[in-house]
Design a protein around this ligand. Structure first.
Ligand SMILES: Nc1ncnc2c1ncn2[C@@H]1O[C@H](COP(=O)(O)OP(=O)(O)OP(=O)(O)O)[C@@H](O)[C@H]1O
Ligand SMILES: *[C@@H]1O[C@H](CO)[C@@H](O)[C@H](O)[C@H]1NC(C)=O
Ligand SMILES: *[C@@H]1O[C@H](CO)[C@@H](O)[C@H](O)[C@H]1NC(C)=O
Ligand SMILES: *[C@@H]1O[C@H](CO)[C@@H](O)[C@H](O)[C@H]1NC(C)=O
Ligand SMILES: *[C@@H]1O[C@H](CO)[C@@H](O)[C@H](O)[C@H]1NC(C)=O
Ligand SMILES: [Mg+2]
Length: 699
């Protein structure tokens, strides 16, 4: 069938796409036969102008064929005769601009365009309309994907995973929420436990604490989330369980706090000046629904306020440069201590001093300004991540059920690929995680597609898909970027600059690594989605993120029970994250060694916490592990939404660099291409003699 269609369209199609610096792709009609050796191709553009398109003598670089108009607007991209960049873009553009269709299938994948406005397509009656229907009978929709997962779970007795991917701001979190809402609606039970409502209530909380404003997305997820919704034998929701991967959120905390919270006034520990009363109320309501006590809620907000004050305290540098002090009356430290219920003078002392324990003696050393700043920031992040863990644990407790779970549907929503003007460690972690996710995507989708063709007897050969293993190796292999970073952290006088120099020496020949011509402090990685330049400054410190035991001990002694409890088990907490107590054996230990304090003399200092290994290997290893554990190859059902930023029109016209939309396509779609291009030979196709199409690049 596909072959027939291809033949058919080849016979009729005389239109092509030519690259254009402004419009990206322009449509053109071939108006004169091309003969071998011709130096140009005679084309008529849509504005009726004639264009002689130069072609290289070998006829290798020739325009791409345009799909027959009758196919444009198809709701499944695989129905197109030609599935290449201009074809995909054009089809999505037509659907989106002409009929406001944001959803399109591409085989088993759902492609979603972020409309950036509320469309009336998510109401309950739409949910009911999709419920029980077959995918093929309805317009593409996120609900159709959710329904399909639900149906397959019930009919085929298979657990399901829905993976939402796409760059930052593309709409992943929104999509994941719609999936959850669909499932909560169709899988809701009349019982009084109200479990669906609780499952949905987890979202605003997680967003309040795990989102932050970035230039790409006002509520960008700074954590990855895998939520597993459990069903009983009758396919009613009975509970849920969530796993999260928090990034070093602290850097954005200030803006995010502005968005949801308050600032505590003076020594007063009450919460005042709530900025966004609405969101704040929503968060509190959700907390209450999930059984978080009023007093605990207050403590949570106090802790947030305390962290903000910690970031503002004044550090005075003494005349001898290696000594710092914090005044006896520092307003911010005072607030910090009273909010957390800890001792002022001890905190004041241990923020500026370091206890060193050697075999022979114990002594106290003054910290430099930089050291104070670094350890303070590490402490703030640590407090925040402990709080985040506490919240997740509580949500999980509220969503837990003692009833045996018959099956589940998991939804994975991680932070999306991102690139800014200046990219640092956080972007590196995020993009590395996405690189790993993309690899999973490639493997699974690729395999599924091929099985599909075999089943339908469609001729196929191995498709040469974009394999990002080399890029992953560059990052995680021995002597790779992370390995060298850890090594540099261990060197007593290690610096970002030395590390980046080592990267240059080691990797300049790598396909995925570049040294920028104009900088000797940054490096470029060619990720699957984009080329990203990272500034090395701060990598070492952020990777190290050492928290000192003396500071933690003060917090442990807090007069507030909840604050104290956040820091228990500190001593045996290796940098391994036990995702949730009492569930499957999913406690994953870092494959990388814990990052020990750099300095020899620091070595004996107990209680160092290498938190940020959480951001790198652990985070991604866990995601990958979860993908593998819960989505075994042989029964993998994948639904992916790839969503894109802004509207296509703007992007095509502005031609911003890098045109993210295009880059995404380049790397998402080749995987799904239904034929091996080179397997089509012109000999096997009978063409009207008048139409010499041989020159066209067949894709
Ligand atoms: N289906 C949709 N309809 C209307 N608006 C949407 C839709 N999807 C996304 N948006 C808008 O886009 C914004 C960004 O979406 P979202 O937060 O889901 O992105 P994300 O992919 O999760 O990004 P990040 O990786 O940064 O977390 C939303 O706040 C919302 O305003
Ligand atoms: C996300 O950001 C937009 C724009 O600022 C805002 O209107 C919306 O309410 C936010 N969504 C959530 C869940 O906070
Ligand atoms: C360490 O700091 C204290 C003040 O906190 C100061 O009195 C002392 O001289 C400093 N020691 C050194 C070695 O600089
Ligand atoms: C689905 O997951 C549940 C646990 O949640 C498990 O008991 C069940 O065996 C799984 N089903 C299949 C088909 O693997
Ligand atoms: C990096 O470049 C700056 C100026 O561009 C130069 O001063 C510095 O020595 C260089 N560093 C190294 C390690 O090459
Ligand atoms: Mg998100």
């Amino acid at each position: 069938q596909h072959w027939e269609m291809l033949l058919h369209s080849l016979g009729r199609c005389t239109k092509v796409w030519i690259p254009d610096p402004d419009e990206v792709w322009r449509s053109a009609e071939i108006i004169k036969d091309y003969k071998e050796g011709d130096k140009s191709l005679h084309l008529k553009l849509e504005d009726e102008s004639i264009y002689e398109c130069p072609v290289d003598p070998q006829g290798k670089e020739l325009p791409l064929l345009r799909n027959p108009d009758i196919l444009v607007g198809e709701n499944d991209l695989t129905a197109l005769s030609y599935l290449h960049e201009p074809a995909v873009l054009h089809n999505l553009k037509v659907r989106f601009l002409e009929s406001n269709h944001i959803y399109t299938y591409c085989g088993i994948v759902l492609v979603a365009i972020n409309p950036y406005e509320h469309l009336p397509i998510y109401e309950d009656d739409v949910i009911y309309a999709y419920s029980g229907q077959n995918v093929g009978d309805m317009d593409p929709h996120i609900f159709a994907v959710a329904e399909e997962a639900y149906k397959q779970m019930a009919r085929d007795e298979k657990n399901q995973s829905i993976i939402v991917s796409g760059e930052s701001g593309a709409g992943k979190t929104v999509s994941a929420k719609y999936v959850m809402r669909f499932l909560a609606t169709v899988g809701g039970s009349p019982s009084e436990t109200n479990i669906e409502a609780k499952v949905l209530a987890s979202s605003p909380i997680m967003e309040a604490f795990g989102n932050a404003k970035t230039t790409r997305n006002d509520n960008s997820s700074r954590f990855g989330k895998y939520i597993q919704i459990g069903f009983d034998k009758r396919y009613r929701i009975i509970g849920a369980n969530m796993r999260t991967y928090l990034l070093g959120l602290f850097y954005e905390l200030n803006t995010c706090a502005e968005d949801f919270f308050y600032t505590s006034q003076g020594g007063d520990t009450s919460i005042s000046g709530v900025d966004d009363a609405d969101d704040f109320e929503k968060t509190r309501h959700a907390f209450t629904l999930l059984g978080v006590k009023e007093s605990h809620q207050m403590t949570i907000f106090r802790i947030i306020a305390a962290i903000l004050h910690l970031g503002n305290l004044e550090i005075h540098v003494e005349s001898s440069k290696d000594t710092c002090t914090i005044l006896n009356e520092d307003e911010h430290l005072n607030n910090f201590c009273s909010l957390l219920g800890v001792d002022y003078s001890q905190m004041q002392h241990w923020l500026c001093h370091l206890k060193l324990v050697t075999t022979f003696e114990t002594y106290v050393k003054n910290m430099s300004w930089q050291q104070v700043v670094n350890t303070r920031d590490a402490l703030a992040k640590h407090i925040y991540s402990q709080l985040f863990k506490w919240i997740v644990q509580h949500i999980n407790k509220a969503l837990h059920t003692s009833v045996k779970q018959h099956s589940f549907i998991g939804v994975l929503d991680i932070y999306g690929f991102e690139t800014f003007e200046v990219n640092s460690f956080e972007q590196f972690c995020i993009n590395y995680a996405n690189e790993k996710l993309q690899q999973q995507f490639n493997l699974h989708v690729f395999k599924l597609e091929q099985e599909e063709y075999m089943k339908e007897g469609i001729p196929w050969t191995l498709i040469d898909f974009y394999d990002n293993q080399p890029c992953i190796d560059l990052i995680e292999a021995k002597l790779g970027i992370l390995d060298l970073l850890d090594e540099e952290c261990k060197v007593p006088k290690g610096t970002d600059q030395n590390w980046v120099q080592k990267l240059y020496n080691q990797h300049t020949r790598s396909q995925h690594f570049q040294k920028p011509r104009t900088s000797n402090t940054s490096f470029i990685i060619l990720h699957f989605a984009d080329k990203v330049k990272y500034e090395s400054e701060g990598f070492l410190e952020k990777n190290r993120d050492t928290v000192y035991e003396e500071q933690i001990n003060i917090l442990k002694a807090s007069k507030y029970q909840m604050v104290a409890s956040l820091f228990q088990d500190e001593n045996n907490a290796a940098p391994s994250t036990s995702i949730r107590k009492g569930t499957a054996k999913l406690s994953i230990r870092s494959t990388r060694p814990a990052i020990k304090s750099a300095n020899k003399e620091h070595k004996k200092t107990v209680g160092h916490q290498a938190i940020c290994s959480l951001c790198t290997s652990l985070t991604t290893q866990q995601i990958v592990k979860i993908l593998n554990l819960y989505t075994p190859m042989h029964e993998f059902e994948e639904r992916v939404t790839v969503a894109f930023i802004r509207n296509i029109q703007t992007h095509l016209q502005e031609r911003k660099d890098p045109p993210q939309l295009l880059l995404d396509f380049k790397h998402m779609f080749p995987v799904l291409f239904p034929f091996n291009p080179s397997s089509i030979t012109m000999d096997s196709i009978h063409l009207p003699a008048s139409l010499n199409l041989e020159f066209l690049r067949k894709v």
